[in-house]
Design a protein around this ligand. Structure first.
Ligand SMILES: *[C@@H]1O[C@H](CO)[C@@H](O)[C@H](O)[C@H]1NC(C)=O
Ligand SMILES: *[C@@H]1O[C@H](CO)[C@@H](O)[C@H](O)[C@H]1NC(C)=O
Ligand SMILES: *[C@@H]1O[C@H](CO)[C@@H](O)[C@H](O)[C@H]1NC(C)=O
Ligand SMILES: *[C@@H]1O[C@H](CO)[C@@H](O)[C@H](O)[C@H]1NC(C)=O
Ligand SMILES: *[C@@H]1O[C@H](CO)[C@@H](O)[C@H](O)[C@H]1NC(C)=O
Ligand SMILES: *[C@@H]1O[C@H](CO)[C@@H](O)[C@H](O)[C@H]1NC(C)=O
Length: 422
């Protein structure tokens, strides 16, 4: 697949050359391509400005885009108004490049309609765009289901459908895309379970937050799979974080399981995830202690355990983590903190330990509430997984969910819809 990757990388560079040369930033960060750069690349390199002599591939693409145009029912920004004539490479949002298997053949390699606010469907004819490496449809009003003909897109590297109105079960056609590395389905209305095969497909980023997914979390993460980013927040999953999460150690950098009805204890195997930078399991039903092994997460920057039912002490080793920037444990039942934890703000680390059972601190839970929890100590080996069922974390505490929906100024890997830079 090396040539496919090279193809996608080349295309990304074309798309993002005006923003950044940092591939990772382009890949995971802001997807907004400023559209006025669309016509700026001189024809000398990739033939963008000369209408390429039309070829069978572009003729098929023409059929596909005209079919798509027929099922786009609202275009308030006149985004597709120039989708006329056979020169599809001139269409707004359409990017052509030499085919990876034949440098002399110009093909449609990317579609980028981010923030176009189009409403409509994806037609079966999209299967004709078999050379697509990138599909970016972030922040439109596309609805319905994905056509199965997308399985024809064997070079597809990035699929961003975030912030649309797609419905139905997890689109299984995604599982048949051999080159896919980046999948972003956040802020749609998909429902039902996420198939476990998704984790064995070699995806680099799996972002499915803010849908209506249900069912159990995968219980067995296989070895040798490579996601670096997993964002499952704000769905109705259930189950525990499985010890097999350790199998993702060589790749995982961001794990966001916010408000996903996680239950049980945090497995000590989290400590194996040595590349982890962001770990957020807030707003769940986690119980028991924080595993001391987390003190080995050298790269950890953001750690959010808020709004659970965690008990015991907060180990000094975690507060002493060298890269820690923001550590939130509010709305739990912690009763002790190591001495390093007492003094985090002097090191410039944001720390919130309010609404726990810390006797020396202000803004804590009442003694009654704390005693009620400590009367029934948790035995992690006996905790059942899978029960769940959508309880709200935090044991009935005052509850103010952070404004994660705000799309503006979202940091890398934020769970909000991909931001706009335009
Ligand atoms: C496509 O762009 C080229 C170069 O800008 C132009 O000569 C050609 O007429 C355009 N074709 C269409 C159909 O707009
Ligand atoms: C798949 O792609 C090939 C090559 O472009 C094309 O001939 C074929 O019609 C496509 N199949 C579907 C179902 O779109
Ligand atoms: C999500 O599922 C719940 C319960 O099944 C249902 O009440 C709700 O309407 C669904 N929401 C969407 C956006 O589909
Ligand atoms: C948690 O997610 C559910 C959807 O699964 C949503 O209805 C609920 O508002 C979320 N909770 C918070 C506190 O946002
Ligand atoms: C620290 O993290 C918490 C929880 O994710 C967040 O609400 C807060 O805004 C963060 N603070 C800063 C200064 O980044
Ligand atoms: C907190 O850190 C500051 C600066 O590093 C130090 O002067 C102070 O003594 C520390 N306080 C405690 C209670 O450890």
């Amino acid at each position: 697949m090396a040539s496919t990757q090279f193809y996608s990388f080349t295309l990304l560079l074309i798309l993002f050359s005006s923003i950044s040369n940092n591939f990772l930033a382009a890949k995971h960060g802001s997807y907004s391509v400023s559209r006025h750069h669309h016509h700026q690349h001189s024809g000398s390199h990739h033939g963008h400005n000369q209408a390429p002599p039309t070829n069978p591939k572009l003729q098929q693409a023409y059929i596909a885009f005209q079919a798509w145009k027929r099922v786009i029912f609202s275009d308030p920004n006149n985004f597709i108004s120039n989708w006329v004539g056979p020169h599809v490479c001139n269409y707004t949002g359409v990017y052509c490049a030499p085919a990876p298997y034949d440098e002399t053949l110009t093909v449609v390699a990317g579609v980028d309609f981010n923030h176009a606010n189009l409403a409509g469907f994806l037609p079966n004819e999209l299967g004709l765009l078999s050379d697509l490496a990138l599909i970016h449809l972030n922040s439109n009003r596309f609805c319905g289901v994905l056509p199965n003909t997308l399985s024809n897109l064997t070079l597809l590297f990035e699929l961003d459908l975030s912030n649309n109105r797609f419905v139905g079960p997890f689109p299984s056609v995604i599982l048949s895309l051999p080159s896919l590395h980046y999948l972003d389905l956040r802020f749609n209305e998909f429902e039902g379970p996420v198939p476990p095969q998704l984790f064995n497909q070699g995806l680099d980023a799996i972002i499915v937050n803010n849908n209506n997914f249900t069912g159990s979390l995968p219980t067995a993460f296989k070895a040798n799979i490579s996601p670096s980013v997993i964002v499952f927040a704000n769905n109705r999953f259930r189950g525990c974080l499985p010890p097999s999460i350790a199998n993702l150690a060589d790749s995982l950098e961001e794990l966001l399981f916010i408000n996903t009805s996680l239950s049980g204890c945090l497995p000590p195997e989290i400590g194996h995830l040595y590349k982890l930078k962001v770990f957020d399991v807030s707003y769940n039903n986690l119980v028991g202690p924080v595993p001391y092994s987390m003190a080995g997460l050298y790269h950890l920057q953001q750690l959010n355990l808020a709004h659970n039912k965690l008990t015991g002490g907060v180990p000094d080793g975690i507060c002493a983590l060298p890269n820690l920037e923001n550590f939130t444990i509010s709305f739990n039942f912690f009763c002790e903190e190591g001495w390093v934890c007492q003094n985090l703000s002097s090191k410039g680390i944001v720390f919130d330990d309010s609404w726990n059972c810390l006797p020396e601190k202000k803004r804590q839970r009442s003694e009654n509430k704390c005693q009620a929890v400590y009367k029934h100590p948790v035995e992690c080996s006996l905790v059942q997984c899978g029960g769940g069922g959508g309880g709200s974390g935090g044991g009935g505490a005052p509850f103010a969910f952070p404004p994660v929906m705000v799309p503006a100024a979202a940091p890398l890997f934020s769970i909000a819809p991909s931001p706009s830079n335009v």
